[in-house]
Design a protein around this ligand. Structure first.
Ligand code: NAP
Length: 273
């Protein structure tokens, strides 16, 4: 078991939305290894309890699950209040909760089998577009600002790490809702970073490529989709959730003290090769 007394997040409290699955869960485990107490915020209480148990069994850190729907402002306010009530303060947040489409349910292997053309903008139901923006963009904005208000009130020079996507910079037919939501997260990160400079709160984002999480499970199971993901990735493999957590960790801790408003793209060289 780790002692984490000299960890990079020792003494800090981290709040992680989407923290019971995939990238968020890897961040929770990685941050706990570095000494942070962890608040996992997510929708599924049973999976949240499992993630909390995993943290408690692998570290000496405190861990708590809080149920949240990031599409609801009141739910986010309740999440932050619960975290502060339990651990006193929040020093760092990972806004990882997200969906790949309105039909996506994480951990459910069945893909959205709607043909790509039916998902083109000219055919996309407005409700689907709205749902993706509500969760992926407005959910991040609300999470960030409720946490930032708390940090400002308590005089905490905290860090915020948003989870965007490499799709913020790729025009993927059939995924306009997702691409636009993630491009929005990248810009939100920039504007918020400027607005929070005076409070010594840094705001950054990660823009993962294709990562081995429930979100890509259905694509990984289909040989042609799997091959297409590899084809798009110069490193020739998918990324791991832990690699994403290591990138988020850098942005959350003192090592990135001169970095704000930046989106780092851990994507196997996708924008280079
Ligand atoms: P994941 O395993 O499906 O995790 C997403 C988590 O967010 C799930 O626990 C999900 O809960 C939760 N969530 C969804 N909607 C929510 C809501 N309204 N309120 C609260 N929680 C909600 O997928 P992941 O790959 O780790 O995704 C994490 C983030 O990385 C997302 O923002 C995603 O867009 C981004 N990302 C992923 C990849 C990739 O290749 N995997 C690439 C680029 C970016 P439920 O299970 O209840 O839905």
């Amino acid at each position: 078991m780790n002692t984490q007394r000299d960890g990079r997040l020792a003494g800090k409290v981290a709040l992680i939305t989407g923290g019971s699955s995939g990238i968020g869960r890897a961040c929770a485990l990685r941050y706990a290894e570095e000494g942070a107490d962890i608040v996992i915020a997510d929708r599924d209480a049973a999976r949240g309890a499992e993630a909390v148990a995993e943290i408690r069994s692998s570290s000496n850190c405190r861990a708590l699950f809080v149920e949240v729907d990031v599409a609801e402002e009141a739910s986010i306010e309740a999440m932050v209040a619960a975290a502060v009530k339990a651990f006193g303060h929040i020093d760092t947040v990972v806004a990882a909760a997200g969906i790949s489409s309105a039909a996506y349910v994480s951990g459910v292997p069945a893909a959205d089998n709607t043909p790509a053309e039916a998902r083109h903008l000219i055919n996309m139901p407005v409700a689907n577009w709205q749902r993706v923006l509500d969760v992926n963009l407005t959910g991040v904005m609300l999470t960030d600002r409720v946490v930032a208000r708390h940090m400002i009130e308590q005089g905490i020079a905290g860090t915020i790490v948003n989870v965007a996507s490499s799709a913020a910079r790729l025009a993927l037919p059939g995924a306009a809702d997702y691409c636009v939501s993630k491009a929005g997260v990248a810009m939100l990160t920039q504007v918020l970073a400027m607005e929070l400079l005076a409070h010594q709160i840094r705001v950054n984002a990660i823009g993962p490529g294709f990562i081995e999480t429930p979100m890509t499970q259905a694509m990984r199971e289909k040989p042609d989709s799997h091959a297409a993901m590899i084809e798009r990735t110069p490193m020739g493999r998918l990324g791991t959730p832990r690699e994403m957590a290591n990138t988020a960790l850098y942005l959350a801790c003192e090592e990135s003290s001169y970095t704000t408003g930046h989106t780092l793209y851990p994507n196997g060289g996708m924008f280079v090769g």
